[in-house]
Design a protein around this ligand. Sequence first.
Ligand SMILES: *Cc1c(COP(=O)(O)O)cnc(C)c1O
Length: 407
Amino acid sequence: MNENLHTDRPTFVTHLECSMTGERYEADRLQGLSRAGRPLLVRYDLAGVKAAVDRDAIAARPTDLWRWRELLPVRRTENIVSLGEIETPLVPIPRSSGGNVLVKDEGRLPTGSFKARGLVMAVAMARELGVTRIAMPTNGNAGAALAAYAARCGIETIILCPEETPEVNVREIAAHGARVYRVNGQIDDCGAIVGRGAAEGRWSDFSTLKEPYRIEGKKTMGLELAAQFGWELPDAIFYPTGGGTGLIGMWKAFDELEKLGWIGARRPRMYAVQASGCAPIVRAFEAGEEHAERWEDAATVAAGIRVPKAVGDFLILRAVRESGGQALAVGDPEILAAVDDAAKRDGLLMCPEGGATLAAYRHALRDGVVDEEERVVLFNCATGLKYPMPPATNSLDRHQPIDVAAL
Ligand SMILES: *Cc1c(COP(=O)(O)O)cnc(C)c1O
């Protein structure tokens, strides 16, 4: 029995706040974007949290996502639908990285990706707020996580994927009983259809950052890193950036931890990594813009970061700039070479998005943006097993003579 899931703990949400204007919104009722069309952020009574629990008490709890309960929005424990959201390990990859690198391997989470962190929270809150039908656009992993958690509590799901979504993702979503459709367009084209149905009252729109709670789940990556680094933080984080929910969430987590007095003011430099075939954040970063324009004709093997337009663009750019980091683009050939290298030389099979962070790290090392002594975390956000692999076609005919020395 995991005491984190069987102990009621006090909760501290005070309100939601527009990430652009600071306007306040009521918690404990269903909310989408703010009136300004921007993501809503969950705010807590951090003084209350501080009085209720200290970091040593958290550290003494079982090491899963739910140990952070006082910093999470779910009020009633009975609404938590858990599939076992473990703390993910930090795996060194010295040979393929050539530096002091740890990979936070999110592929160990339920449904094989870190989308589980966000969706376990969004679904718990959906239950808490009485939602019975959810629709969502996805490049694959988010849809699988939503479908899995929703299946556990009888919430209906309608999932729209771009036509190039990997087959395994579409089948996984269907396997969990969701109604899944391929759409001949990109993820934002799918999002537009979801938005239309939501406007007609047919379902709730759980697009990333369009409901406030997914980011709270993703925030736990930052909380975990702080605990895993002994209440310090690494020097740099390389994050494969699509909608940017995880990067924005970690940045929020660091802020909350500092307000609690659990960490100091030092922050990692945040590197938002994109594929050169879809790099709207990189383009905006380099141009000094606050918002990113849509990227036309997006194409990359790293499906999870094929996001032409992100609703939280300004939050990603703000965090990257405040941290002293950068937005970096890497090409598909380098991404695939990095995946291949980490698999062959360090035994870690990463997803292409994870490979992108390794490729970007290698560039950064070469260009002197990071030095090899610095403690760096790369995010591998899904298990490499969910992605197509190069064919392996050798075979043996056991009825013929076999030259074992030649194998
Ligand atoms: C969704 C996804 C990403 C991008 O995450 P965001 O927080 O939405 O930017 C990266 N990698 C994988 C494998 C994903 O599924």
